[in-house]
Design a protein around this ligand. Structure first.
Ligand SMILES: *Cc1c(COP(=O)(O)O)cnc(C)c1O
Length: 360
């Protein structure tokens, strides 16, 4: 077996221990005589898997009692619609802070449902910074304020939770979910596709403050209706059973490896090393303002774009996979989520140093 260091932005590398556990249980989950993929979602076995995953996630994030934890389908992009549909009612206004491609997409989708304003955007500067809080144009009568804590494509991450007063704060945490502790009580809604840091594709976590549920607009599909899903323990219809189970194994792995404090410490160390190397070199560069740099997605450019192809091919040969940057940014991108071991970052830096020596 030859596993590579996989720097994919998502679906992304999973902890080997999680994959091995799933492999060991694949044909016969704990004496049930069947795989998790084959069991009824209403049976005791799967219900116990779902409950354990929910409790472990609550423990990891210290989710307060007045919040519901949902495991839904439709991805983070499904929530681009789910959020306005559930939170609009008395007000159909929402303010969006846009710091990259995903925030832009969220705006576009939300516009189908109400009066969406961009409260601040860093697009003019190429999404390389976070607009200063003083300049945000927030409306007091908005139903919510939406932002993206980590923009996966540009590699821009908020260092702190922004202060927005009494209007509920909504966040697309997809690519930094479970990478560090977060204070859930500061949010109205948190959502995240699992396929970056929390499991395989197919399941989307939504954490919602209970008082924000129960007044979804009439056209909301039942599967996106937070109250209906909460009442049904996220099993209004067949849930993504296997993805939910895999997310549960990932939560167990995080708990066994220092929880979110442990993840944050490792992630900071990995990111500091990689940015430190990039900054020390004249051959590589990262365009993001230092205080807004992502610890999860590290885009970098080579001194000469004509070398990109050779870089990618040689990296692949060295067991360093999926480093190509998003087409809107160019260059390279190393996604170094929780499951990327520090040894993977070390191997990447070694390779980059060698490539620079040969081509710089
Ligand atoms: C990956 C990603 C998405 C899209 O997630 P899907 O599950 O494919 O809908 C949305 N937002 C952010 C920040 C992401 O990283």
């Amino acid at each position: 077996m030859a596993r590579v260091y996989n720097f994919s932005a998502g679906p992304a590398t999973l902890p080997v221990e999680v994959l091995e556990k799933a492999q060991a249980d694949l044909l016969d989950w704990q004496g049930s005589g069947m795989s998790v993929m084959e069991m009824s979602h209403r049976g005791d076995a799967f219900v116990s898997i779902a409950e354990k995953a929910t409790q472990d996630l609550r423990k990891l994030l210290n989710v307060p009692d007045n919040y519901s934890v949902l495991f839904l389908q439709g991805g983070a992009a499904g929530q681009f619609a789910g959020v306005p549909m559930n939170l609009f009612g008395d007000s159909d206004k929402a303010d969006y802070v846009v710091t990259g491609n995903w925030g832009k997409k969220a705006v576009k989708e939300a516009k189908k449902y109400g009066d969406i304003a961009v409260a601040a955007s860093s697009e003019e500067g190429g999404f390389t910074e976070i607009p200063g809080r003083d300049g945000w144009q927030l409306r007091d009568d908005a139903a919510y304020v939406h932002y993206t804590p980590n923009e996966t494509i540009q590699g821009v991450e908020f260092p702190d939770v922004p202060e927005v007063g009494d209007v509920p704060l909504v966040a697309d945490w997809s690519s930094a979910f479970l990478s560090k502790p977060i204070d859930v009580s500061k949010y109205g809604v948190i959502y995240a596709g699992a396929q970056k840091n929390a499991g395989p594709a197919g399941v989307t976590v939504v954490i919602v403050r209970n008082d924000l549920m129960g007044s979804a607009i009439k056209s909301t599909p039942m599967v996106l209706d937070y109250q209906q899903q909460a009442d049904a323990d996220s099993m209004l219809n067949t849930p993504p059973c296997f993805a939910w189970y895999m997310a549960g194994l990932t939560f167990e792995w995080i708990l066994a490896n220092g929880g979110l404090e442990g993840m944050a410490e490792r992630n900071k160390r990995k990111a500091d090393k990689l940015y430190g190397f990039i900054d020390s070199s004249d051959f590589y560069r990262n365009p993001v303002a230092p205080e807004a740099r992502s610890r999860m997605n590290v885009p970098f450019l080579l001194a000469d774009d004509d070398l990109n192809k050779a870089f990618l091919a040689q990296a692949e040969g060295a067991g360093l996979s999926t480093l190509k940057g998003h087409r809107s940014v160019g260059g390279m991108r190393a996604s170094i989520y929780n499951a990327m071991p520090e040894a993977g970052v070390d191997a990447l830096i070694d390779f980059m140093r060698g490539f620079e020596k040969d081509n710089g």
